[in-house]
Write a protein that binds this ligand. Structure first.
Ligand code: EPZ
Length: 432
């Protein structure tokens, strides 16, 4: 199993190209199930989760092709971006088996388009995962509201809508990104109008709505808490661009704040990161918006401690909580970090402690006492975002840090060690 070796203490200077967003690419890929025509997606990141979803879609009969590099795209940020074409001319199988879905929770979302297009789906329940129980009850309630008949047997959801789905009003009891994605896709092919209230407003939801609109769907209000969808009989092919990854951008912004330095995050969008940039400014880090991205810089002055609480967009994202905690381990004082979205997203605490961080947990809040120095150690990645919090801490630590189980990191960060090394970090992948 690969590991990552870091020797801390180097400032970051230069440029990092932000990849396409994993959490936008996945629902867009799933939307290809809604039409027999090809859906072309630009700026798809090459990640383990994207590859896993290709397998899941392939099982339903979706073909995909990958476009090679184009001369025009060889300039910096676009150099690694991929254009992928997905074509679900014929859905040959409406079963999403446990073996495939259990490896990636987003695989469960195929239930929406399969049901809408084929009138049936049999999808394995995704089960819990390291960061919490992650139920799908609101997804199922929403589909029931659209007229789906659902039964749960032997770990599978058997869903049927023999006469098609019908538009309806559905109020999400709690904001859910995946629930909003599924309902958007299902309602796009339902008969009549659907009104979703308390919907997720994440940029990834807006990206999916734009994709569906480009495919012929009638959607208004995406990006707000109320979304209206007027169902259409058929959707068609389209060409859509995946938005830049705001979580990757936030992670590298924290890395620059951690080490000091000056880096242009090429392609990053400030409007996707309101709460994150506000917290970062409060630490004493400079942020400036430039035509082609965000410039992050920090002189080696002390890092101010900042309290954050995770929340649905536009709040502070849970997917950046671990990384921010990594940064706060060296702040000049005490900060409080509260997780409100997932019940078990503090597994990085123990690992950060191995580097000398002082963190105590009380319920859903971590109290982080900034220390003057972290010392390199062997640590273990426990989930995707936790893994990069260890990288951030490793970049600040004195001496060598070895992060093991980096397959977690590969699910969501494209060429992380390459991008950081190009800015002066001493970081490498140890293979095997
Ligand atoms: C998405 O997961 C992201 N995944 C997660 O990113 C992200 O942490 C999360 O949204 C929150 O922003 C993808 O986009 C692929 P939710 P999702 O439904 O949609 C509860 C990463 O690191 N809930 O918004 O599964 C749920 O338990 C990953 O890239 C129900 O109770 O999250 C949680 O407490 C991790 N019932 C809250 O809602 C439901 O039916 C929000 O979850 C659905 C959700």
């Amino acid at each position: 199993m690969d590991r990552i070796r870091i020797v801390g203490g180097h400032r970051l200077e230069g440029e990092i190209a932000i990849s396409g967003a994993k959490n936008a690419a996945l629902p867009l890929m799933i939307a290809s199930l809604l039409t027999e025509e090809p859906l072309e997606l630009e700026n798809v990141p090459l990640l383990a989760d994207v590859e896993q979803l290709i397998r899941i879609l392939g099982n339903h009969g979706v073909d995909y092709t990958l476009t090679g590099r184009r001369a025009a795209a060889c300039a910096k940020a676009a150099a690694y971006a991929r254009t992928m074409r997905f074509e679900a001319a014929e859905i040959v199988n409406t079963i999403a088996p446990y073996d495939l879905v259990s490896r990636m929770r987003a695989g469960f979302w195929v239930i929406g388009p399969l049901l809408a297009r084929m009138g049936e789906a049999e999808v394995s329940l995704p089960g819990g995962c390291a960061i919490g129980t992650r139920p799908v009850d609101f997804i199922l309630d929403g589909l029931r509201a659209l007229g789906a008949e659902l039964a749960i047997e032997s770990g599978y959801v058997h869903a049927g809508a023999p006469h098609g789905l019908r538009g309806a009003a559905y109020d999400f009891p709690k904001i859910t990104v995946g629930g909003t994605h599924v309902m958007l896709m299902a309602a796009s092919l339902a008969e009549g109008e659907t009104v979703l209230t308390n919907a997720a407003a994440e940029p990834e939801v807006v990206n999916l709505a734009q994709c569906l609109q480009a495919m012929g769907a009638q959607i208004s209000g995406a990006g707000t808490r109320t979304i209206c969808i007027k169902g259409v009989k058929k959707l068609h092919g389209a060409k859509v661009k995946v938005i830049p990854d705001r979580i990757e951008a936030g992670t590298y912004a924290f890395a620059v704040a951690a080490t000091g330095g000056n880096v242009l995050l090429r392609g990053a969008e400030a409007r996707h990161l309101p709460a994150v940039l506000e917290a970062l400014r409060q630490t004493g880090t400079q942020i400036s918006e430039e035509a082609d991205g965000l410039r992050i810089s920090r002189a080696m002055a002390h890092l101010q401690p900042v309290n954050i609480e995770t929340a649905a967009y536009p709040g502070f994202p849970t997917d950046l909580q671990a990384q921010f905690m990594g940064l706060m381990t060296r702040a000049d004082g005490v900060s409080h970090i509260t997780e409100t979205i997932f019940e078990n997203r503090f597994m990085h605490v123990q690992e950060l402690a191995r580097l000398g961080a002082q963190i105590s947990l009380s319920g859903q809040t971590a109290e982080v006492r900034g220390v003057a120095e972290l010392k390199g150690a062997q640590v273990m990645a426990t989930d995707l975002r936790a893994s990069v919090s260890l990288v951030i801490a490793g970049l600040m630590a004195e001496g060598e840090t070895i992060v093991s189980r980096v397959y977690h990191l590969d699910r969501g960060f494209e060429r992380l060690e390459e991008k950081l090394a190009a800015c002066g970090a001493e970081i490498e992948r140890l293979r095997g």
